[in-house]
Design a protein around this ligand. Structure first.
Ligand SMILES: [Zn+2]
Length: 155
């Protein structure tokens, strides 16, 4: 865990993340509190990595496997037929969220059509905490329990 990392805090203290929707041994999926469309989800590795140049391969695989599961959950819950994936991978001083993450943005009627400003919150504003918690509960209700595995390498 990196000190002062927002996502590391969410991974280790689930009370801070009632809007989580799915997890695996190596990754966690959370609804975005500032969604570009309903169901906009951010997937993070449970171990801190700042970008693709430093992420362990097993964590990158965990992110991608959870991404596939999230896409199926969102489609079955919200009825969408497509999504955008976005991964910001860079290291600069002052980066707001310096923890590698992948966005899954369901295509929606409120999504901006301009690719340069794809993340434009819908006109009605950002989601309230109560909306996020309720939507997360609906999505989680569709998941089967996952038996947690310990992080780390086997000898
Ligand atoms: Zn972190």
């Amino acid at each position: 865990m990196a000190r002062d990392c927002f996502f590391c805090k969410l991974v280790t203290n689930r009370a801070l993340a009632p809007h989580w929707i799915a997890e695996s041994a190596g990754a966690l999926a959370l609804l975005s509190p500032d969604p570009a469309s309903q169901g906009h989800t951010v997937i993070v590795p449970k171990r801190h990595s700042s970008d693709l140049s430093t992420v362990p391969g097993s964590d990158w695989i965990a992110i991608n496997q959870l991404t596939l599961r999230v896409v199926k959950l969102l489609r079955s819950t919200l009825g969408g037929r497509g999504e955008y994936l976005y991964c910001g991978s860079w290291v600069t001083r002052g980066r707001k969220f310096p923890h590698l993450h992948v966005h899954v943005v369901p295509r929606g009627r409120h999504l901006s059509r301009k690719s340069e400003v794809w993340w434009t919150p819908p006109p009605e504003g950002t989601a309230s905490r109560a909306e996020l918690v309720e939507l997360a509960r609906r999505i989680r209700a569709r998941t089967r329990p996952v038996r947690p595995r310990r992080l780390g390498h086997r000898a």
